[in-house]
Design a protein around this ligand. Structure first.
Ligand code: FAD
Length: 440
């Protein structure tokens, strides 16, 4: 009897030890793999965060791994010795899914690091900048996420509405610049207050959300959309979100003026003149900047760039078939766009430098394979000098070459919104490791 009991206890103990051994082995393996990834990330300059990113309080972290599960970007966070650690922090887009997923609130969302500062505009509690009458809402102020932008768009417009006393039919009460989540929410709020307003968007409605390649959008908490009510979306598609915004705007008779880039704002007495790239001048008492932090795509400044076949983003590569395409740029966006087109098109990737740098190792590998298989032609040290209906002229070391061409995609980086703000007179401060979100 006693022997039987000893055997049972010993078996259970053995089983526990085996499970523990496998668990420790798995942990070690995971740690080793993550440590290797961190090393690679350091070598290619992706380990250091560039903007909003999670900071993990290791004393509070209970090693649940929930943050890693929740992050849709993959390999931003990994587990080393059972604890969450940053891996490719530079790729963090700041949507904060890890922050919401952590069961013990061990994650804070922080802008910049001790070493690398991030330029943030000065904004008061009512969202006004140092320039009286110019307000800021959304990610431009430092806080990422759709939900935050929607909330700030509403709050900033409520503040503007409070300042408006006398009606002046000659000018708008407010011009909203940017139609991302913050601009849309501000537009709905302006309507609610019966303001005379205009919303200008350089691209098309939706903002950053619609320009990123991931088809799913993560909104972890419900948000109140002005004049519409509570929106509870989790793991929704971009199309669903866009449909919702369009419905809310059209139900309230709001039209966003798309494809209108604002190039400058000038104060003229107590009225602002908002200048667009089309040469319009719009008079307004207040301006709400809801332009996000991603800036405007940088143009090459070459003849023919205004043609319809030239684009600065590629949303549905699967619909581009049988075309001669030139992709311009040397970063991940250019390489990913070019690779997404190679199977169904003839693709030339043109880059002005003599090598690709700061590119994800996976993209580099895929590009090398595509080159080896003759699926893509890469022209380093080449510059687009002219675009016309059927051709693209490339200047290379040996001279100029004309390529047969149907479409041009340019990924030459962006003009930062900070430059726009400085021109407008809005004060900017460099923030080093500034916590924007600590508690849910
Ligand atoms: C890859 C990626 C994935 C993300 N995933 C999520 C997610 O799943 N969930 C989430 O909550 N958040 C996510 N985010 C973050 C989210 O997209 C942003 O926080 C949010 O879009 C910010 O809203 P915004 O209105 O402040 O700015 P934006 O969405 O950036 O909108 C700004 C708008 O202003 C326009 N604009 C800029 N300059 C001018 C100008 N001079 N004239 C006229 N118009 C101008 C732009 O074209 C743009 O449409 C993600 C971001 C990225 C990059």
């Amino acid at each position: 009897m006693i022997l039987e009991q000893i055997i049972i206890y010993a078996s259970v103990l053995l089983l526990v030890l085996i499970v523990l051994w496998f668990y420790i082995r798995l942990q070690k393996k995971t740690s080793k793999k993550t440590a290797e990834k961190i090393e690679i990330a350091k070598q290619i300059g992706m380990h250091e965060p560039v903007s909003l990113h999670p900071v993990i309080d290791l004393g509070t972290c209970i090693k649940s791994g929930a943050c890693i599960e929740a992050c849709p970007e993959k390999d931003i966070i990994g587990i080393v010795h059972g604890r969450a650690s940053l891996v490719n922090a530079a790729e963090c887009v700041g949507h904060g899914a890890c922050f919401h997923a952590c069961p013990v609130e061990a994650i804070s969302l922080v802008i910049g690091t001790e070493k690398r500062g991030v330029d943030l505009p000065h904004v008061s509690e009512n969202y006004e900048t140092n320039v009286q009458g110019i307000y800021i809402a959304g990610e431009l102020g430092g806080m990422g996420l759709i939900k935050n932008s929607v909330e700030q768009g509403e709050q900033a417009m409520n503040s503007i509405a409070l300042t408006l006393t006398k009606k002046n039919s000659d000018s708008y009460d407010v011009v909203i610049i940017g139609a991302g989540p913050a601009g849309i929410s501000a537009s709905l709020t302006a309507k609610k207050h019966g303001l005379k307003f205009l919303t200008l968007e350089q691209d098309s409605l939706g903002g950053t959300v619609f320009n990123f390649p991931r088809s799913k959008v993560v909104m972890t908490a419900p948000v109140e959309l002005p004049l519409h009510g509570k929106v509870r979306l989790f793991d929704t598609s971009k199309a669903e979100l866009l449909a919702l915004w369009n419905e809310a705007l059209s139900k309230n008779g709001i039209t966003i003026q798309e494809h209108t880039k604002v190039e400058g704002i000038q104060l003229d007495g107590d009225i602002f003149r908002v200048m667009t790239a089309k040469g319009e001048e719009i008079k307004t008492k207040n301006v709400l900047l809801a332009i996000g932090r991603r800036g405007s795509p940088r143009k090459l400044g070459v003849p023919g760039e205004g043609l319809e076949k030239v684009a600065y983003r590629l949303l549905e590569p699967e619909l581009v078939i049988g075309k001669n395409v030139v992709v311009v740029g040397g970063g991940d966006s250019a390489i990913e766009a070019a690779l997404s087109l190679v199977e169904q098109n003839t693709v030339v990737l043109s880059y002005r430098s003599d090598a690709f740098s700061r590119v994800k190792p996976k993209n580099r590998e895929k590009l090398d394979t595509a080159i080896a298989e003759g699926k893509i032609e890469v022209k380093l040290k080449s510059n687009v000098v002219k675009i016309d209906k059927e051709l693209v002229e490339l200047a290379e070391t040996g001279g100029t070459q004309a390529l047969k061409n149907d479409l041009v995609y340019i990924f030459a980086g962006g003009e930062l919104p900070t430059q726009f703000l400085q021109k407008t007179g809005v004060e900017i401060k460099k923030r080093f490791g500034y916590t924007v979100k600590k508690h849910r």
